[in-house]
Design a protein around this ligand. Structure first.
Ligand SMILES: NC(=O)c1ccc[n+]([C@@H]2O[C@H](COP(=O)([O-])OP(=O)(O)OC[C@H]3O[C@@H](n4cnc5c(N)ncnc54)[C@H](O)[C@@H]3O)[C@@H](O)[C@H]2O)c1
Length: 365
């Protein structure tokens, strides 16, 4: 791969310009062009960055600009057709969360990327953030004991979406963090919710994910709350972590608290729960913009010819859970279970096909 890597961004609404800003600042990346169906959005972006080209025609964007990679930040219903065309045009492809509108679409995109030895990365932004990485470090070090449950709340007023409900919009952040911390795929999903404002588009949802060994996680998502809330509690057998992403300092606090039941007792009078109240501490976290790390990881994966930490398989896992949540919503919260064959694939699995195609390319060079 010749450096710098030429990249184009499609979709310049709210999130696209943030990707543009971060990609512009990376050493090994040449952000060449932006594409949008809206002339006004292109004018805005090319006004900010005079050296990038604005294109409305996606076919010309893909075939006429010698791009190595395409970044897709459009509404979710366009992820699949745009990503498919990008991969078929031989471009490494980055897709915003959630990867696509159905698991079948995700599977097809993974197959095309693997067959052509292309990097396919999904933006599960929070896995690249320092607080989440610190939480994972604490959990993996065994500091909090075995995880009993995780509770997550992501609430605010708006932004209302028309094509996806609040679970598809906000819950991917929580779900990606939960799967990463627990390192496994749920066995069942329940989801309840209501569409109060737009018919058939739920603006409030409560999801629960059931995991093996009696572990579970709850994810509350809302566009209909007066206060913005971004909170997660991870309850372990020894300690508990509270993660508040809205705090400027002390986003993570580790509490040395637990409750234990005495192992032996003969009479009811002897039965006492044992409450442990120890110190709490705030781990030091280096503040960095997660999206910068996300963009760097995409460029690094292309350069190295390796699978990203959040590739197509992680995108597919997420969409399977969201599809199950939608099915459960329709069934008024009834559990939707996964067959063992749909079981989760752990993160960071190298794809053979990618390595094989790269090796062949090197040998032929
Ligand atoms: N990772 C995160 O934290 C995060 C945060 C916000 C949004 N997102 C994701 O980013 C994506 C975009 O969200 P947004 O809020 O920026 O949406 P948006 O509606 O603000 O912007 C979408 C842009 O895409 C353009 N567009 C639509 N269809 C197109 C097409 N076929 N070809 C070219 N351009 C097209 C629109 O004109 C618009 O400018 C979504 O997938 C969303 O889930 C991710």
């Amino acid at each position: 791969m010749t450096l710098p890597i030429s990249v184009g961004v499609v979709g310049c609404g709210y999130w696209g310009p943030l990707l543009v800003r971060n990609l512009k600042n990376l050493a090994d990346c040449n952000l060449k062009a932006v594409c949008d169906t809206s002339e006004a959005r292109l004018k805005h972006l090319t006004g900010l960055y005079s050296d990038i080209e604005g294109v409305t025609d996606y076919t010309r964007f893909l075939n006429g600009l010698e791009l190595d990679a395409v970044v897709i930040a459009t509404p979710v219903k366009y992820h699949y057709p745009l990503a498919k065309a990008s991969l078929l045009a031989g471009k490494h492809t980055f897709i915003e969360k959630p990867m696509a509108s159905s698991a079948a679409e995700c599977e097809e995109l993974i197959e095309i990327a693997d067959r052509n030895g292309l990097v396919l990365m999904i933006d599960h932004t929070f896995l690249y953030s320092s607080p989440v990485q610190k939480i994972v470090e604490i959990v993996r070090a065994g500091d909090i004991g075995d995880i009993r449950y995780i509770n997550s709340r992501r609430l605010n007023l708006g932004l209302f979406q028309k094509d996806i409900n609040v679970a598809w919009d906000l819950a991917p952040h929580d779900i990606s963090i939960i799967l990463h911390i627990l390192g496994e795929f749920p066995v069942a999903v329940n989801c309840q919710g209501n569409a109060h404002v737009t018919p058939n588009v739920e603006d409030v949802t409560n999801m629960s994910l059931t995991f093996r060994q009696n572990r579970f996680a709850t994810v509350q998502s809302s566009w209909l709350e007066p206060r913005k809330v971004r909170e997660m509690t991870i309850v372990g057998t020894r300690r508990m972590i509270v993660y508040d992403d809205l705090k400027n300092r002390g986003k993570i606090q580790v509490y040395d608290v637990r409750v234990e039941r005495p192992p032996h007792y003969d009479t009811f009078a002897e039965f006492h729960y044992s409450y442990h109240y120890g110190d709490s501490y705030i781990p030091h976290i280096q503040q960095e913009e997660p999206l910068k790390a996300v963009c760097q990881h995409f460029i690094d994966s292309i350069e190295a010819g390796t699978q990203p930490m959040t590739g197509g398989r992680e995108g597919l896992e997420m969409v399977r859970i969201l599809e199950a949540a939608s099915a459960s919503l329709k069934a008024k919260g009834a559990p939707v279970t996964f067959s063992p064959s749909a079981d989760g694939v752990s993160v960071s699995k190298p794809t053979k096909a990618l390595r094989v195609v790269r090796a062949a390319a090197t040998a032929g060079a």
